[in-house]
Design a protein around this ligand. Structure first.
Ligand code: DX5
Ligand code: ZN
Length: 218
């Protein structure tokens, strides 16, 4: 199934609760929550108090994308704050298998993210333990960047790897996705679509509806 995961990094933080309710009402299935530590990526975003607060605004799936070093240190805290899916970067984990196991043990879904230059091979052996593979389509750290074209070839390869392995892993794309290129990303094999600026610039509800129309058509 194709799902939309709007990234609240591009939201108006002065009206965050209201904007999340708009996403929910318009039918977005997930809420994509970008956590940045100023080490793994240059920016610092937000973490537990914000996630805990917005948990009261919606029952939609909280898709937490951790752009932090050694995320294993904080898995329990993110689960307690309300995460439904926790995605860690392969590049940020000294022991990726142990980190994925720690997420699964808490009873939430486990995702693994790969930066544009990281080979797909990195996840071959742990794929059966991974609920979602996040193929970054920009270098992580900021909203509003342009999609790097070769990353869509990687999405294609990822879809083939998932098929060959017989796993049911979802494939998510994140970075520079808009109404013009979302179909290309889905054709490549992505089924969970993150969009930040393309959802929050202009009218949120209209943007979500336009995305959902494209997602449902496939
Ligand atoms: C980038 C973040 C993204 C970002 C996407 O590091 O992981 O989730 O918010 O924003 P857009 O869709 O504007 O590229
Ligand atoms: Zn993200």
């Amino acid at each position: 199934m194709n799902c939309l995961s709007p990234s609240i990094l591009s939201a108006d933080f002065a009206n965050l609760g209201e904007q999340i309710r708009l996403l929910d009402q318009a039918g977005a299935e997930y809420v994509h929550i970008d956590v940045m530590d100023g080490m793994f990526v240059p920016s610092i975003s937000f973490a537990f108090p914000i996630i805990r607060s917005i948990r009261k605004c919606t029952d939609r799936i909280f898709d937490v994308h951790l752009m932090i070093e050694e995320p294993i240190r904080y898995i329990d805290d993110f689960v307690d704050a309300g995460a439904d899916i926790i995605t860690v970067h392969a590049e940020a984990c000294r022991h990726l298998d142990r980190t994925v196991e720690a997420i699964r043990e808490k009873g939430v879904l486990a995702g693994v993210a790969l930066n544009p230059a990281t080979p797909l091979e990195t996840v071959r052996y742990i794929l059966p333990k991974v609920d979602m593979l996040l193929i970054m389509t920009v270098n992580p750290g900021f909203g509003g960047q342009k999609l790097i074209p070769y990353t869509l070839d990687k999405v294609c390869e990822a879809r083939n790897l998932v098929k060959q392995s017989g796993c049911k892993t979802d494939i998510e794309v994140d970075g520079g996705i808009n109404l013009e290129n979302v179909e290309e990303a889905m054709d490549a094999g992505a089924n969970i679509i993150v969009a930040g600026s393309a959802v929050f610039k202009g009218e949120i509800e209209k943007n979500v509806e336009a995305f959902l129309e494209k997602l449902q058509r496939q």
